[in-house]
Design a protein around this ligand. Structure first.
Ligand SMILES: NC(=O)c1ccc[n+]([C@@H]2O[C@H](COP(=O)([O-])OP(=O)(O)OC[C@H]3O[C@@H](n4cnc5c(N)ncnc54)[C@H](O)[C@@H]3O)[C@@H](O)[C@H]2O)c1
Length: 343
């Protein structure tokens, strides 16, 4: 495709704002319109990045024949219907995670994508973070030998409001879904056994709605490799994202602490600042994932990670919930009878 890809952005909130800046700065993209049901958000973001058109009606953006692709960054409960509408309009889709909070709705949306043959990418941005991408390349090159264990941690700096926890679909579908994708991608395999334990330690009242804010998930992969994911809704110091990959020939430690690469050493101790949250930690990855989406669509290649990855991570969230409820390890294969084969 020689021409610029004409893109519409749907959702101009926390994550959408950053996507707008990335898209507007890409020479190969023409960011045509910004849609958000909140007029002020749509107007402000369109104005900031110099886009002439904004609307409160996302269907207007999707139906616009002058748009080749949409980037969906609206609230999770709107994703599936927007994906279906975009697919029916023959429009390529980049969608923030997750597609939906349940597998049934996810399958309907991904089936529409498959039927229309449009490109689809899910927003698992970690895969585009320089450290994770390098780790994946080193593993593929055999630098680690056979992977034996992966430890993958993610903690938010502070818990979200109670209303968020109630509407988020739960820790596993909202948060751990990133770790599920990350571990299965690094391992290059699907787990055959999963055991999850969780607690409500940060906000014990979450137990009243059966929700948790602290969790450990262990997984066994074919051949015996093991992975541990630990999540929490409170670190107390900033965003905590660390991954350790151990193989037969060595290890990779992915970690990130300082927002500014400056260490202050004094008589009273050693000080540094700390990356606050996901927008700072993954700023580069959010931009890279959109560049990859645009490049794939322009080259008529299937974007990656696609529909199968979107679904696979959600099935592991289902498995974790079932394991926690049943108090025993489960086979995630129970949820993988996919209606959607692959992206
Ligand atoms: N990949 C990541 O690391 C990451 C991080 C944060 C959020 N997310 C995902 O991004 C999505 C948005 O999250 P956020 O934190 O930016 O939320 P947000 O609440 O800040 O923004 C959501 C925006 O969507 C708008 N909106 C709601 N319904 C709409 C509709 N029907 N059409 C158009 N706009 C609509 C809202 O007005 C709001 O401006 C969620 O699905 C979330 O899971 C992903």
């Amino acid at each position: 495709m020689a021409e610029r890809l004409r893109v519409g952005l749907i959702g101009a909130g926390r994550i959408g704002k950053g996507h707008a800046r990335t898209l507007a700065a890409m020479p190969e993209v023409d960011l045509v319109a910004v849609a958000d049901v909140n007029a002020e958000s749509a107007r402000a973001v369109a104005g900031e990045v110099g886009v002439g058109r904004w609307t409160t009606d996302p269907t207007e953006t999707i139906a616009d024949p002058a748009i080749d692709a949409v980037v969906i960054a609206s609230s999770t409960d709107t994703h599936a219907a927007l994906i279906v509408a975009a697919a029916k309009a023959g429009t390529h889709v980049f969608c923030e995670k997750p597609v939906a909070l349940d597998l049934e709705t996810t399958d309907v949306a991904l089936a529409a994508v498959a039927a229309a043959g449009v490109g689809f990418q899910i927003g698992f941005q970690r895969r585009f973070d320089p450290a994770y991408a390098k780790a994946k390349a080193l593993i593929a090159d055999g630098a680690l030998g056979a992977i034996e264990t992966i430890r993958d941690a993610m903690r938010d700096p502070a818990p979200p409001p109670r209303a968020y926890a109630e509407a988020s679909g739960g820790l596993y579908r909202d948060m751990t879904i990133h770790n599920f994708d990350c571990v299965r991608w690094l391992m290059g395999a699907e787990p055959e056994q999963l055991f999850a334990m969780g607690s409500a330690l940060v906000d014990p009242s979450l137990a009243e709605i059966g929700e948790i804010d602290t969790s450990v998930v262990t997984m066994r992969f074919p051949g015996g490799a093991l992975a541990v994911i630990d999540n929490g809704r409170r670190s107390g110091f900033g965003y905590d994202v660390r991954t350790e990959i151990f193989g037969s020939k060595g290890a990779l430690l992915i970690g990130y602490r300082e927002a500014t690469p400056l260490l202050h050493l004094g008589a009273d101790g050693v000080r540094t600042d700390h990356v606050h949250f996901f927008l700072e930690r993954f700023a580069c990855a959010y931009a890279e994932e959109l560049r990859a989406f645009v490049a794939a669509v322009r080259a008529a290649r299937p974007p990656d990670p696609g529909a199968a990855d979107a679904r696979a991570a959600l099935t592991l969230a289902y498995a974790a919930e079932a394991s926690r409820a049943e108090g025993r390890p489960v086979d995630p294969g129970r949820w993988t009878s996919a209606q959607v084969a692959s992206s």
